[in-house]
Design a protein around this ligand. Structure first.
Ligand SMILES: Cc1cc2nc3c(=O)[nH]c(=O)nc-3n(C[C@H](O)[C@H](O)[C@H](O)COP(=O)(O)OP(=O)(O)OC[C@H]3O[C@@H](n4cnc5c(N)ncnc54)[C@H](O)[C@@H]3O)c2cc1C
Ligand code: SF4
Length: 327
């Protein structure tokens, strides 16, 4: 591990000013960043600790939504009574992630910006365009069982590992960002993440000195919300495939549906194709299967991960059946 300097920010504006320094990086819970520093993948020369900033609260918004502070711990968000009753898909996704200890430490902002779990990204002896631009992608033609099916490029086939971000995608959350010049902007979560293209090392639309200060959830959508995660073991494991769904039914037909996948792309993958195939159709397995086929119509396996195409389809069908039954 390389040596670095450290400071604890006292307020949000001081934090973004401090991170303007060359080589500086924010640290929140440190559950991802410190691992990457120990492996010599992240090499900040200065850490700006934002974990004690007064951004931990979860507050009601005038429109009936909720504001979640960027420093709110994953466990606090999952346990919040308003999140559990009005946004159960978010609570379920958070509880499905990591472990109790990690969720106590992990922050909302850090969870959104955690890095991929591609094994070659963590192996400094392997070529990886995300870690070392121009060095190639060892996962293409390599061991790619956990990799992406949609939106990939010749440069990178990694997936985004967050469960929370998948739930926030169907909830159509907005991310509030503070820049060092004092300006504040909001970005829809659908626009936060980039596909890999030929610059997989640039993962979001954040500017270098911007800090996430909060996540805004609009009023809860009508219908039943569900999160289903399929993984190699029941706990302490990232998703092979996950689905967040919101389904409303009216007299046996689906009146509205929102669908997002985790584990299939470089970002949480909202499936407009699946939603179109569901809306106005009977709430039956035939409809769910048609939606699953539509969702995966552009999916391309990389060899070891071919099974994930069928897995994603079946996970969607099961999730929709569960959601529609209860709505
Ligand atoms: C063993 C293990 C298993 C896990 N399993 C899962 C899982 O199943 N599902 C899942 O979703 N996650 C899982 N995780 C990941 C975990 O959720 C993340 O490590 C955690 O959410 C990151 O939050 P943090 O506050 O610790 O971020 P940090 O590690 O402190 O930061 C992560 C990144 O975000 C940046 N950052 C942090 N906060 C801000 C901010 N407010 N504004 C701008 N930049 C910021 C940092 O600079 C850094 O680049 C697992 C982690 C481990 C170690
Ligand atoms: S998939 Fe992306 S993260 Fe993995 S080796 Fe290729 S470039 Fe690196």
């Amino acid at each position: 591990m390389r040596s670095f300097t450290y400071e604890r920010a006292t307020d949000a504006q001081a934090a973004v000013a401090a991170v303007s320094r060359t080589g500086a990086k924010f640290i929140s819970g440190g559950t991802n960043l410190l691992d990457l520093m120990k492996l010599d993948i992240e090499k900040p020369s200065h850490l700006v600790d934002i974990s004690r900033l007064p951004l931990r609260d979860i507050e009601e918004l005038p429109d009936g939504g909720l504001l979640i502070g960027a420093q709110a711990a994953n466990s606090d968000v999952a346990a919040d009574a308003r999140v559990r009753t009005r946004y159960p898909v978010l609570s379920e996704a958070l509880v499905a992630g990591a472990s109790g200890q990690l969720r106590n430490k992990a922050s909302t902002g850090g969870n959104l910006l955690q890095r991929t779990r591609c094994p070659y990204f963590y192996d400094t002896a392997a070529g990886c365009n995300k870690r070392d631009p121009g060095s190639g992608c060892s996962a293409i033609g390599g061991f790619n069982r956990i990799h992406a099916l949609l939106g990939v490029s010749d440069s990178c086939i990694a997936t985004h590992p967050s469960d929370m971000a998948v739930a926030m995608t169907v909830l159509e959350a907005e991310i509030e960002l503070l820049d060092a010049d004092g300006s504040v902007r909001r970005v829809a979560i659908a626009d936060l993440y980039r596909l890999p293209g030929d610059t997989p090392h640039i993962e979001t639309v954040l500017r270098p000195r911007e800090m996430i200060t909060s996540v805004l959830l609009p009023p809860p959508p009508s219908g039943r919300q569900t999160y289903r995660k399929v993984r190699d073991r029941a706990s302490y494991e990232f998703a092979l495939v996950s689905v967040a769904a919101v389904v409303s039914t009216d007299q046996g037909a689906i009146s509205e549906a929102r669908v997002a996948f985790g584990g299939v792309a470089h970002k949480p993958w909202r499936s407009i194709e699946a939603e179109a195939a569901l809306t106005g159709r009977p709430a039956t397995m035939v409809t769910y299967r048609a939606a699953a086929e539509a969702a995966m119509c552009d999916a391309v396996g990389q060899g070891h991960n071919d099974f994930k195409i069928e897995l994603a389809k079946r996970t969607l069908c099961r999730t929709l059946a569960q959601a529609a039954q209860a709505s």
